[in-house]
Design a protein around this ligand. Structure first.
Ligand SMILES: Nc1ncnc2c1ncn2[C@@H]1O[C@H](COP(=O)(O)OP(=O)(O)OP(=O)(O)O)[C@@H](O)[C@H]1O
Ligand SMILES: [Mg+2]
Length: 474
């Protein structure tokens, strides 16, 4: 008997999703989204039945297998209700790139509390007509499109010591531990914002995105996305969002990406003309050309990721959850992908939450960042403000045409890099002007640049500080 199961409060939806993912994998799917890699022949019926069985669970009373007489469209609808991609619904109001709403630069280690009653606000958001637009943008607070209030996700995991004896013991007595993947996170995001969602490995980013897209149920707290409660996974909600995970794939492995695009068109009932216009626009932006007609298995990683993006955008979602979309891509493909994402955001006023460990992605795309660590928020505010808070010093890089005297270099500030003809010194903001004029006067300078500290350093410093703050409070 599986005694661990007895401790669980019934089979909740999350377990059904796990079974569904398993079923999808068994049917060739590779991920929690509905259209994973598959064998050469696509059997929509088998796939839909696998989904239904997985959703329904093993009990006969809960089986929801589509009867044989059901139309393909009906089955496809069933798929859609579980998937993340449906068709576009309207456009958004004009957006202001970089406009931070409801989250000024919070002090490190603490989050600026929203200036509203979170419970009432959530109720309002959930009751509001789907697609309700912010009423005011210029100078006044607008209603957020995404509202997360004291969100928690705790996983109860079974712990087993290594060894056969421990395995046998665990059959009779199980020990559990709670993983606090997300532990009380609150933030608000306005329509059209581009927000970087950052944190070290295991911080809780993917778990949060899964709750925002309705793949996981929160343990506690509230989420509202464009007036919907994601965990309900209503079709009207799924029509508005997309989730792309850089490490998962939805393209059908043995078929060309164009076939996956077309399958998504059918699943999400995108009108043919709109679909063709969208695919033309997106493939042009990504310079994909005829690549979309090659079997997916023959594409490079970068080409595949570009096609993944097109497949996920066929229905023109207005809220984009992007979980490490540039992972593993070479530098030039990273640039293409991030430019594409920005262009989509600008053209369609789409809201964007991006997780990435590549700070170049964040710098290029996200005027605002939300940083979490160990499931808790450690910063929410402007990227520049974050840099100014954590590393206000500037970097002065000097190129020289001759060697410089050691004491002259040391007098400028803290030496970060030192080569014969190139020197980088760190200088306090207020001492910068003096250091530049001194360098020009006393050193054989041919060229100089002033930059902020690299974002990677800023982030590791921030992570270190929040770790220290946590250890102090424990
Ligand atoms: N289904 C699960 N069961 C148990 N623990 C889980 C589950 N999913 C995630 N976790 C744990 O929750 C924590 C947060 O995981 P999550 O995947 O959200 O991190 P992340 O911030 O996305 O990290 P990364 O940058 O490595 O992708 C981790 O400690 C992880 O092991
Ligand atoms: Mg992750």
């Amino acid at each position: 008997m599986d005694r661990g199961r007895r401790h669980r409060p019934g089979r909740d939806r999350q377990e059904r999703h796990a079974r569904r993912d398993h079923a999808l994998r068994a049917h060739g799917g590779a991920q929690p989204v509905p259209l994973g890699a598959r064998p050469a022949r696509v059997d929509l019926g088998a796939r839909a039945r696998a989904l239904s069985r997985a959703e329904a669970g093993p009990g006969p009373a809960r089986r929801r297998v589509a009867p044989p007489g059901r139309s393909r469209r009906r089955r496809v609808r069933g798929l859609r209700a579980d998937g993340l991609r449906v068709q576009r619904v309207g456009r958004l109001a004009a957006h202001q790139p970089g406009h931070v709403v409801g989250a000024g630069a919070a002090p490190l280690g603490e989050h600026a509390p929203p200036d509203h009653d979170p419970g009432a606000a959530h109720d309002r958001a959930a009751r509001a007509a789907p697609g309700a637009r912010p009423r005011e943008r210029e100078g006044r607070r607008v209603s957020p499109q995404i509202r997360v209030t004291d969100l928690k996700k705790h996983f109860r995991v079974h712990e087993r010591a290594p060894g056969l004896a421990a395995s046998l013991r665990s059959l009779f007595s199980r020990t559990h531990r709670t993983v606090r993947a997300v532990d009380g996170v609150s933030f608000e995001i306005a329509a059209g914002e581009r927000v970087g969602f950052l944190g070290p490995n295991g911080a809780g980013k993917t778990t949060t995105l899964k709750m925002l897209s309705g793949l996981l149920h929160p343990t506690e707290g509230e989420v509202a996305v464009d007036g919907h409660v994601p965990q309900r996974r209503e079709a009207a909600f799924l029509e508005k969002i997309m989730l792309v995970m850089g490490q998962k794939q939805q393209l059908i492995w043995d078929l060309p990406p164009a076939d996956t695009f077309d399958l998504n068109r059918a699943i999400y009932e995108v009108p043919r003309a709109q679909f063709e216009e969208t695919v033309r626009e997106l493939t042009e932006l990504l310079d994909l050309g005829d690549l979309v007609r090659k079997p997916t298995r023959e594409l490079s990683l970068g080409e595949r990721m570009k096609c993944e993006l097109v497949a996920a955008l066929v229905h023109r979602p207005r809220v984009l959850f992007l979980d490490e979309p540039t992972i593993g891509l070479d530098v030039s493909t990273q640039v293409v992908v991030r430019e594409f994402i920005r262009e989509y955001n600008l053209r369609h006023d789409a809201t964007l939450i991006l997780t990435s460990h590549y700070m170049d992605d964040v710098a290029a795309l996200c005027p605002r960042v939300i940083v979490i660590d160990k499931g808790q928020l450690s910063y929410d505010g402007g990227l520049e403000a974050l840099v100014m808070q954590v590393r206000p010093e500037k970097r002065l890089r000097l190129r020289l045409h001759a060697a410089a005297a050691e004491e002259e270099v040391e007098a400028l500030g803290q030496i970060i890099e030192r080569e014969e003809r190139e020197i980088v010194v760190q200088v306090a903001q207020e001492a910068l002007a003096g250091a530049v004029s001194r360098a020009l006067e006393r050193l054989p300078v041919t060229d100089f640049t002033v930059t902020a500290a690299p974002l990677e350093e800023v982030m590791s410093e921030l992570f270190a500080r929040s770790r220290e703050a946590r250890e102090r409070s424990e």
